[in-house]
Write a protein that binds this ligand. Structure first.
Ligand code: UT7
Length: 331
């Protein structure tokens, strides 16, 4: 096992107050039901941001909590890595808004786009920046306003997603310390991009009347295909992160998979030989918050005593791209 280079010094989350239950979809005229959504996904409710709540504002809340718990003030941040599929605007990044609002005057700041796997990608990038000696302390955030990009007329996608942000402060490990990131694994396969994507609204197909009419700037997903790939790749990702840390499923105290679907979570846990009592699940309360889902779950798991000093956690994610990845962290 490698000596940890970086450890999690503090965590936080920014969750909108507004709850939308499965029953609330009836008011939108959608042909769906609480029973269908719970049976197929495990989702009971999700949080929806108001017009005033942005990807950045949720990130600010999460970041301030993480910094307070880490005892780190804004001037000590060397880098802000913000993973999002829902930037507040396309240029410049949402990370620079976060940098400005925190007053992180010494920090580099950039957005990272790897969909639901983005926060694990971001943690790996930040760890590498610490290892290279460029930085000492990073803020790694996953923040998503999915309600702004889903098609509220498409029952096959809009019931699945929710809004929120999670953040951690990542610091250089002390020499001899054994807590921190023990392994990481990242992969992608862009040949499968069209199974989960927003076809229009970027530089190739800019916004137009046609885009609006065809609703092609909203998220489109081939759910059943994505499901199969998610189970396969999250399982592979767990194996690779465990191999990298020279651990097995039995050594894991808590498994925190990306929260997209309860059935995918169960299949992943089974493959990794981690019993469901050791799996942290909150998809029932938040739905799929894309790259925010793992840092939100970590923050809650710490608050609820499921992660304590010495806990070994296995994290894994899968999302649009496709991208997938995993990480073992000792807290
Ligand atoms: O975070 C990135 C990764 N994303 C994911 O991991 C999502 C992966 N996919 C899934 O979680 C599941 O595939 C879904 C939850 C999206 C769908 O579940 P499924 O069991 O794969 O259902 P399906 O897509 O095969 O659809 C079954 C039926 C269809 O009707 P027919 O063709 O059998 O008549 C759908 O039209 O369910 C219908 N359906 C719905 N019915 C009621 C689709 N959405 C809904 C809905 N309410 N909201």
């Amino acid at each position: 096992m490698k000596r940890p280079i970086a450890y999690v010094a503090g965590t936080g989350r920014g969750i909108p107050a507004k709850v939308m239950t499965n029953h609330d979809f009836a008011a939108l005229g959608l042909e769906t039901s609480h029973e269908w959504i719970v049976e197929r996904t495990g989702i009971v409710e999700r949080r929806i941001a108001t017009a005033d709540e942005t990807t950045c504002s949720m990130a600010v809340t999460a970041a301030r909590q993480a910094m307070a718990k880490a005892g780190v003030h804004a001037g000590e941040l060397d880098a802000i890595v913000l993973s999002t599929a829902t930037p507040d605007r396309l240029l410049p990044s949402t990370a620079v808004d976060l940098q400005a609002q925190l007053g992180a005057t010494r920090a580099a700041a950039f957005d990272l786009s790897a969909a639901c796997t983005g926060w694990i990608y971001g943690m790996t990038v930040a760890e590498g920046m610490i290892q290279s000696g460029v930085i000492e302390t990073a803020l790694v955030v996953g923040a998503e306003k999915m309600s702004a990009i889903v098609d509220w007329k498409d029952r096959s996608t809009c019931v699945l997603f929710g809004d929120g942000a999670g953040a951690v402060v990542l610091k250089r490990s002390q020499s001899g310390a054994n807590k921190g990131i023990l392994s990481a694994f990242l992969r992608s396969d862009g040949k499968l991009a069209e199974l989960l994507w927003r076809p229009a609204g970027g530089a190739a197909v800019p916004f137009s009347e046609t885009v609006l009419e065809e609703r092609s700037s909203y998220v489109k997903m081939a759910g059943r295909e994505v499901f199969k790939h998610a189970v396969r790749q999250m399982s592979e990702a767990c194996d690779r992160a465990l191999d990298g840390a020279k651990l097995t499923g039995k050594d894991i105290d808590v498994l925190i998979p990306h929260q997209a679907n309860h059935r995918i979570i169960e299949a992943t846990a089974k493959h990794a030989s981690v019993p469901m009592e050791k799996v942290y699940v909150n998809v029932d309360r938040y739905g799929n918050t894309s790259s925010a889902s793992i840092p939100i779950a970590i923050d809650e798991a710490i608050e609820r005593g499921r992660i304590k000093p010495g806990t070994t956690a296995l994290l894994c994610a899968f999302g649009a791209g496709f991208t997938w990845g995993s990480m073992v962290i000792r807290f």
